[in-house]
Design a protein around this ligand. Structure first.
Ligand code: SF4
Length: 738
């Protein structure tokens, strides 16, 4: 799609206007009341400088100050009155700075020629030359696609752009993907199908305006803690709260309606809610007629999901389904936000679409206080999937299989279209390909699949089968410890760059200290590898600023338009939501205000959703559902948080949550068995979980790794793994695994 495309230009939503007196925090211009422009940072009388930046962890992207001593070292954190978080930080955010000068930091490249050898510290030249010689050896013998690259969604967007470009232009391989594949891709797939744009429709501040908030599959209080302030704000105004979650999480405990459904039954539930909405005449027929396609087919399908049938599938009372329909559809303004709880499924895209269908059919879309949002997990979960490190995408959300999109990017990159590889496979599929020796070499950047991918035995086997593996990290993660080469790279506080938070608000992270001697930025390492591979002229980037300038141009005229966003504007405003097509444009915090989407016809494409059973069959041997998730003290694979004292003290190890009906006492060893294996955890006995479900938090490696037990079944469209439900049994054991 080009900037001059009249259909697309006509479909751009008009900028939203929110009266700040009604809706602080989160106003249109995202004013940073406590921010200091970069050129005005100065030390106080003690020599301390406060560097305004954002948290490195989750998709809320709270503003914070890093405290820098007169020697130039980060030594603390202070709250910042950024309007995302208004001085608030969660335990992870408060402790994030401790990573920067942590004694576990890697400060020299590590190398070994065989996994039987111990790592030895080596020079950068040795590590880079060995890596390049292995890339050449593997690609000359087995073809370019025999080498792969896996990126990450905690990287700044500039680095994610470089990952995609490096794979296609320097490695010339189709095999590039990223760990956002384990995070947001079901929501992304649903958003694109329904709206033609992949992002949340509303800013956080709209939550403050809603009359009814539906949270599906999101433990907001622990996983997106500072977002909770918006929920409380809505509650203060009298908004209803509906939580759909198999567990009674802290937020569920405060809800008006908690739907504790059986894992893996979400779309059956939402189809039944829509069934009731239709039966009771609560649809917004005028909105549907004016702005949608596909409604008749959706209506026909949800007719097959009466509350009585879905109540049986979901294990909840039919009366509760009716109640949810009446409260949500009957509200003046209602919003739905969801996260991994409904997305981590072999029917993850369908689950998200079933929520979208409900919002659209009730007309709760594209209005102040009414709409639909997806809560991103990683800090750059949104931005990390926009600019080309996903196997099927090019920068600006372009498709790598679209001839026009390919032509546009080849012009920007200065390569022939025949040189641009086509679509590759997803992260888990690449591991399977490593097992089959179709991919024989791999570089991993900012990810830790040994903890984060499902079915650990398969993952370990895939990586062990690879002939060469290099990993970028600042701590020796479980995955890095299995590599041939480890490149020691910067933390977020030692470089600058942008991330897009769960609202699609692009925020700027600022450099607070110089990296330790021996450490390089990911940008430097990627560009240096490219130079040694003979592609240096395409990677002449001294730093993030220069990459961002190319990214802006590469996104211009696309749906994911960053052209109008500059570092200076981000410093001035505290954040700008894309699309932002010109430097005068205020950004687009709220989508669909004029009822038009980003599909060429401007309509919302409602999609038929049919529920199906999870992939791992329940049997007498495996009668329970195992579901997994996060805790407030740790982040994803735990590589960053399992080293930080206060967080480890708060949550030192994983456990298994079981219902009292199983007869265990708190702390007793409980063996959890699935078709992938078994592990023993201390019991946390609680009535906050269904009797047919057990829960394990997943931040730890084997032998206490939830992901040694989870199934590597994928959603056929998004290719997200089915982390949130697999068949299991529990039994008494002698001692817990340590
Ligand atoms: S809520 Fe998220 S962004 Fe905010 S401090 Fe906590 S981890 Fe960081």
């Amino acid at each position: 799609m080009t900037a001059t495309d009249p259909a697309k230009a006509a479909s751009r939503p008009v900028p939203v206007s929110i009266d700040p007196s009604i809706a602080p925090p989160g106003t249109r211009n995202f004013r940073d009341a406590g921010g200091i422009p970069a050129d005005q940072w100065h030390a106080d009388q003690n020599g301390e400088t406060l560097v305004p930046t954002h948290c490195c962890f989750c998709g809320v992207q709270c503003g914070m100050y890093l405290r820098v001593d007169k020697g130039g070292k980060v030594f603390g954190v202070e709250p910042r009155n950024h309007d995302i978080n208004r001085m608030r930080l969660c335990p992870k955010g408060i402790n994030a700075y401790q990573q920067v000068n942590h004694p576990d930091r890697l400060t020299a490249p590590l190398m070994r020629r065989s996994r039987d050898e111990e790592f030895k510290e080596c020079s950068w030249d040795e590590a880079l030359d060995f890596t390049v010689s292995e890339i050449r050896r593997i690609q000359e013998a087995h073809g370019n696609d025999a080498f792969g690259l896996l990126g990450g969604a905690s990287l700044f967007s500039e680095k994610t752009y470089l990952v995609g470009k490096f794979a296609r232009v320097a490695l010339k391989t189709k095999h590039v993907d990223y760990n956002g594949r384990l995070c947001m891709v079901s929501a992304a797939g649903a958003n694109k199908l329904a709206f033609g744009i992949d992002r949340a429709g509303n800013p956080f501040s709209d939550i403050l305006l809603t009359d009814c908030l539906l949270i599906a599959g999101s433990n907001v209080g622990e996983c997106f803690p500072v977002m909770t302030q918006y929920l409380w704000g809505a509650r203060d105004r009298g908004a209803s709260l509906i939580v759909v979650d198999p567990r009674e999480t802290a937020i569920a405990r405060t809800a008006d309606i908690h739907v504790a459904l059986k894992p893996g039954t979400d779309s059956a539930f939402f189809n039944a809610v829509l069934n009731v909405v239709i039966a009771e005449g609560l649809t917004d027929e005028a909105y549907i007629a004016a702005h949608t396609t596909g409604w008749d087919e959706v209506k026909k399908t949800v007719a097959e999901y009466p509350p009585s049938r879905s109540a049986e599938i979901c294990g909840v009372p039919a009366s509760q389904i009716v109640q949810v329909a009446r409260v949500f559809a009957g509200a003046g303004k209602a919003m739905a936000w969801h996260a991994r709880g409904i997305e981590h499924h072999s029917q993850g895209v369908e689950n998200c679409l079933s929520v979208i269908n409900l919002c659209v059919a009730t007309g709760h879309i594209g209005k102040p206080g009414a709409g639909y949002g997806t809560i991103t997990g990683q800090g750059n979960g949104q931005g990390g999937r926009e600019h080309g490190q996903k196997s099927d995408m090019l920068p600006g959300g372009r498709s790598i299989t679209n001839p026009e999109h390919r032509k546009q990017i080849c012009q920007i990159w200065g390569i022939e279209e025949s040189e641009l590889p086509t679509a590759g496979t997803s992260m888990m599929e690449m591991v399977w390909q490593m097992q089959r020796k179709e991919i024989r070499g791999l570089i991993g950047i900012c990810n830790n699949p040994f903890v984060s991918l499902p079915n650990y035995a398969v993952v370990k086997d895939g990586y062990d089968t690879a002939e060469f593996h290099a990993q970028f990290d600042f701590f020796l993660s479980e995955t890095a410890a299995n590599a041939h080469v480890v490149f020691p790279v910067t933390t977020w506080a030692e470089d600058e760059g942008v991330m897009a938070n769960a609202e699609a608000r692009v925020v700027k992270h600022n450099k607070a200290q110089e990296p330790p001697a021996g450490v390089r930025t990911d940008t430097w390492v990627i560009c240096e590898l490219a130079r040694r591979l003979g592609a240096g002229k395409h990677f002449d980037f001294p730093g993030s600023r220069e990459v961002f300038e190319e990214l802006r141009v590469a996104s211009a005229g696309t749906v994911n338009d960053y052209y109008g966003i500059t570092y200076d504007r981000l410093d001035e405003t505290g954040g700008i939501a894309w699309p932002c097509p010109s430097t005068e444009h205020p950004g687009t915090p709220r989508l669909f205000e004029d009822g038009r989407t980003y599909h060429p016809d401007g309509k919302i494409h409602m999609q038929v959703v049919e529920w199906h059973l999870p992939m791992d069959a329940y049997t007498e041997e495996f009668p329970l559902s195992l579901t997994t998730g996060r805790t407030v003290a740790h982040f994803l694979s735990g590589n960053q948080t399992r080293r930080l004292g206060a967080l480890v003290e708060q949550t030192p190890r994983p456990w298994v949550e079981v219902h009292p009906s199983h007869g265990f006492r708190n702390g007793e060893p409980v063996r959890v068995v699935t078709r992938r294996g078994s592990e023993v955890f201390p019991a946390l006995v609680t009535e906050a979980i269904r009797p047919d479900t057990v829960f394990i938090p997943y931040h730890w490696p084997v032998p206490t790794s939830a992901n040694a037990l989870t199934i590597d079944a994928l959603d056929p469209r998004s290719k997200i793994p089915e982390y949130k439900v697999c068949a299991a049994r529990i039994e008494a054991a002698e001692r817990v695994d340590e």
